[in-house]
Design a protein around this ligand. Structure first.
Ligand code: VNL
Length: 390
């Protein structure tokens, strides 16, 4: 090949190089930054699997361009995320930044998205404020106020009077604590203890002991995806379930990725959340089956659905701009977009660029020998309450 090129003279070589250049422009790169290792690796694994499944099912082309996914591991550390985002923008010339497993990693990247005018799709992180940090941020995950409001109302209406809160001490945990406190105390409930555990290497045992000592009707828990098993184990070991204390919260604690291994202690846990693998719809049944088939039987969780819908946004925005990768045009195309996700109907709020979605009340039950979050009520088209209050 090389010899033939040279035999054809310099003109052919130049033509070949130019042709390569044209090919490069026909490719649109998506930089997917995720915690692929470290304590939050399950979030990275779920989102990467969902993004790849989306591409396998929808083909490599969108808006006439070939989509190339570049996956980078930030280990969940914000300084690393920021450096990787910079490299992806400057060296790889990505048209989209995506992923963001934890709130600090999204916040650290926001100024880069603004400066580079590159759309930044938040597929996981859930602190309300994130979308306000850059006009280029669009979110396909959830917010903690959104996922907490329904369970807080449910608690007040279902005879719970005294609830202890236990949250991981960072953005989403503080959002969850604030929303629960506002809604539950306004309805006359009392919160004798508000407990906060560290994000890194948490030991839940002493906090659960304090919760047990307060003798509440229920314990409200927010922990990030992956940490629920440790909470559930300690909850049983400290005898909180035997003491008749209910476990409630946003659905991160009964994450579908790990729920099935939690055992009987998880039965009856009441949560509110935007996604359950048990959601009854044709779209979700197809998604769960294909995801399992492509990933050794793995069950998709709420992180996976954020990755899936984030890729949908990339594909649809490019289709709308006709393959144009101007950042402002792409974000403009995403605003107000509506579609049916495996989680149910969703849309992108044109004013806040945040997701509007159904939030479901669920109870952990055993179905065909497996533990699932079984949905029993729907709060429709919930906007992030963390923003509408301002
Ligand atoms: C966040 C929120 C992370 C909810 C989570 O799991 C989660 C975040 C890693 O905003 O950092 O379940």
């Amino acid at each position: 090949m090389l010899r033939r090129l040279f035999a054809g003279g310099a003109g052919t070589l130049v033509a070949a190089l130019m042709c390569g250049g044209a090919f490069a422009q026909d490719t649109v790169k998506v930089g997917l930054i995720l915690p692929m290792t470290g304590p939050f690796a399950s979030t990275g694994r779920q989102i990467e699997a969902a993004a790849k499944l989306y591409m396998a099912q929808h083909g490599a082309m969108a808006g006439g361009k070939k989509i190339e996914l570049i996956v980078k591991d930030d280990t969940g550390v914000a300084d690393v995320t920021k450096r990787l985002a910079q490299e992806l923008v400057v060296n790889d010339k990505v048209a989209f930044l995506a992923g963001f497993g934890l709130t600090p990693t999204a916040l650290a990247t926001a100024p880069i998205a603004t400066e580079a005018k590159v759309p930044m799709i938040v597929m996981a992180a859930g602190t309300s404020i994130i979308t306000e940090r850059s006009p280029f941020i669009v979110r396909t995950s959830f917010t903690l106020p959104q996922n907490t409001l329904p369970v807080a109302e449910w608690a007040a209406k279902n005879g719970l009077k005294k609830v202890v809160t236990l949250v991981t001490d960072f953005g989403p945990g503080l959002d969850a604590e604030k929303t629960f406190t506002e809604v539950f105390t306004k309805a006359g409930g009392s919160i004798p203890e508000k407990l906060r555990v560290p994000l890194r290497n948490p030991d839940f045992a002493p906090f659960l002991q304090r919760a047990a000592d307060a003798k509440p009707d229920a314990l409200f828990v927010f922990v990030p995806s992956g940490a629920g098993s440790a909470v559930m184990k300690q909850f049983a070991e400290r005898g909180l379930n035997k003491a008749g204390i209910k476990l409630i919260g946003p659905g991160d604690v009964t994450d579908d990725d790990i729920l099935n291994d939690m055992g009987d202690v998880a039965l009856g846990t009441i949560t509110s959340m935007h996604y359950s693998a048990a959601h009854k719809s044709a779209e979700n049944q197809a998604f769960v089956a294909a995801f399992g088939k492509a990933n050794n039987g793995m069950r998709p969780n709420f992180m996976a659905v954020g990755g899936w819908d984030g890729m949908h946004l990339v594909y649809q925005a490019l289709a709308k701009t006709g393959g144009k990768t101007d950042g402002e045009a792409l974000v403009g195309a995403m605003k107000g977009m509506k579609w049916v996700s495996p989680r149910g109907p969703i849309s992108i709020d044109p004013e806040t660029r945040d997701i509007i979605q159904n939030v479901y009340m669920r109870k952990v039950e055993r179905v065909d020998g497996q533990l699932y979050n079984v949905e029993f009520a729907t709060f429709e088209a919930v906007k992030d309450p963390g923003k509408t209050k301002k």
